[in-house]
Design a protein around this ligand. Structure first.
Ligand code: HPA
Length: 276
């Protein structure tokens, strides 16, 4: 067996033993959205560094903890701290946790991220349900020999983001009086934010928001047959004529302000997936 798969299987077996039972839904928390993990009850956690063979996270504000617990009663796995391509990890490492999740039996994957908005109807603080993406990363996460035990060589991407979960999220939001946007997420390598010309280009090619994560994980999750749902919090604007100066601190501040709305949607969706 290939060494990469053996390492994935070892991590999955370790985690299954450690947690006892693994929920069907996992949530990857993005920039400034880490507080959802504090709301878990009946929680058991482990640092990435204590999972043999698991990569370790380096970026400021990303903690590197995997937990299983209940979110408003629904069993979930929560990953705090992801591996970004801009940190220097290769795509096999960026997406390693997704394959481990798949092996432990995760069937629904929720992700969140911070993104710059290019759609002129967006404002800082808006939440965008990702309905589709454009992959602009310079390396494809499925490049190389296909791992047939996870999925097919040429995976379909026509419904990368679950249409039923997108619609359910809008129902949940309208019941709670939360306004949501929908749109296409452009994933690029970073770590620079965009120049005005790049924002304009991403808008022209069909993007509504741009960020530095999510796309590789979604591709691998779909390869593994998981159902995917993802939210972006719009932390700055790259709209023609109003390209803001953008800093990591501002991104974290805007993401924190969106957190109560975002976590409401995630909690209700976790409950929905648990029942359906
Ligand atoms: N561009 C890329 N990534 C981001 C941005 C942005 O404007 N905002 C938050 N993450």
């Amino acid at each position: 067996m290939n060494e990469y798969i053996r390492r994935i299987d070892d991590c999955a077996n370790f985690l299954t033993d450690f947690f006892g039972s693994i929920p069907a839904t996992a949530i990857i928390l993005g920039s400034g959205l880490g507080n959802l993990a504090n709301e878990l009850t009946d929680v058991k956690s482990i640092a990435y560094k204590d999972i043999p063979g698991f990569p370790v996270s380096s970026v400021e504000g990303h903690s590197g903890i995997l937990s299983c617990g209940r979110l408003d009663g629904s069993p979930v796995m929560v990953m705090q701290g992801r591996f970004h391509f801009y940190e220097g990890y290769d795509m096999k490492t960026v997406t390693f946790p997704i394959r481990v999740m798949s092996r432990t039996g995760i069937r629904h994957l929720f992700l969140s991220n911070a993104a710059g908005g290019m759609n002129p109807s967006f404002a800082v603080g808006d939440i965008m349900v990702i309905t589709d993406h454009i992959n602009l990363f310079p390396e494809h996460p499925l490049r190389g020999r296909n791992l047939d035990s996870f999925g097919t060589r040429f995976p379909d991407m026509s419904e990368a983001y679950s249409p039923r979960l997108v619609e359910k999220a809008f129902d949940i939001a309208s019941e709670a009086g939360i306004s949501l946007k929908r749109g296409v997420y452009v994933g690029g390598q970073g770590p620079t934010y965009e120049t005005p010309a790049e924002y304009r280009f991403f808008r022209i090619i069909g993007g509504d928001a741009v960020g530095m994560s999510t796309v590789p994980e979604v591709i691998v999750a779909r390869h593994c047959g998981m159902e995917v749902f993802a939210l972006s919090v719009i932390t700055d604007l790259g709209v023609e004529g109003i390209v803001n100066k953008c800093s990591h601190e501002e991104v974290q501040r805007a993401a924190a302000a969106a957190e109560p709305r975002m976590s409401h949607i995630i909690k209700r969706l976790a409950d929905y997936c648990n029942r359906n």
